[in-house]
Write a new protein. Structure first.
Length: 281
């Protein structure tokens, strides 16, 4: 647990130094300059973490990309600590195409057909989904399967499951998790996570992956716009939920406190340290 806590601290520090900057009047970039509560919550979170945010401007896309990279690095390091709970050969990437995974390989051909026909493009739109972070698991080799005892014969069954490496000429990884990174939730684009989640559920051949969102948004009401409801995403994870919770309670705002607690108690909002464990299920 100490190692995981240390990784969480390192992750928060990298987010603060690489993806967040100080805007005019010493307002952190993840705060809404038009909301006193947003500024107060953000400043309180950063104060609790004890990290310095540098002055200057980071382009929105650059900040978002840095947030993705830092989050991927954290998840890879944290999930590696749980290999005894969920062993396997894992692959991590940013902006990976879902057609590179077993459950969605059929979309590659469908995408080719759509791109070759204006009528199909108009009718069906695009099936291309590139989540911010993807985690894949490679299929099992016979050596892995027979590691402790003889389970399968070289030419025996099962012969159809793609989980057995030898059953397919060109084995692909399974999409284990799709993670959307939203530094803030201040625009309609943040709702794209719902659309991506629904596409992953509807277009799969096989089991659905974990579908999660990671954010640094300070306002509970904005987090609720994405977290509340079920069916499209598993859960929203905050990069500093415990610090945010303390900050919200310190304001005494009953509306903000109630909104945050409803999400936490309803299993719709968790801390970034919870995500590696949820991925191990």
């Amino acid at each position: 647990m100490e190692r995981l806590s240390a990784l969480r601290t390192q992750y928060q520090q990298k987010v603060c130094t690489e993806a967040i900057f100080m805007k005019q009047k010493n307002v952190p970039s993840i705060a809404d300059v038009g909301s006193r509560l947003s500024i107060q919550l953000t400043q309180s979170m950063l104060s609790q973490m004890g990290f310095t945010v540098s002055p200057g401007k980071i382009h929105g896309q650059t900040a978002g990309k840095r947030f993705e990279d830092v989050t991927k690095a954290y998840l890879e390091a944290a999930f590696s600590l749980l290999r005894h709970l969920r062993p396997g050969q894992w692959v991590y990437s940013v902006q990976g195409n879902i057609s590179d995974f077993v459950q969605y390989a059929h979309l590659a051909r469908l995408t080719e057909l759509i791109q070759s026909s204006r009528e199909l493009r108009t009718t069906l739109g695009s099936y291309v989904v590139k989540p911010d972070i993807v985690i894949g698991r490679m299929p099992f080799s016979d050596d892995d399967i027979n590691r402790n005892s003889k389970v399968v014969d070289p030419e025996g069954l099962p012969s159809l499951t793609p989980a057995r490496e030898k059953n397919t000429p060109h084995p692909l990884p399974f999409l284990h998790a799709s993670i959307s990174c939203k530094l803030t939730l201040r625009s309609d684009r943040s709702q794209n996570a719902r659309t991506e989640g629904l596409n992953l559920i509807r277009n799969r051949k096989g089991h659905a992956p974990h579908i999660a969102v990671v954010t640094a948004e300070p306002m509970p009401t904005r987090i609720a716009s994405l977290a509340l409801g079920t069916g499209d995403i598993d859960c929203v994870y905050h990069f500093a939920l415990h610090e945010l919770r303390d900050a919200v309670h310190a304001t005494g705002s009953e509306a903000a406190i109630e909104s945050l607690e409803i999400m936490i108690e309803g299993n719709r909002l968790r801390d970034i340290s919870d995500l590696p464990f949820d991925l191990a299920v």
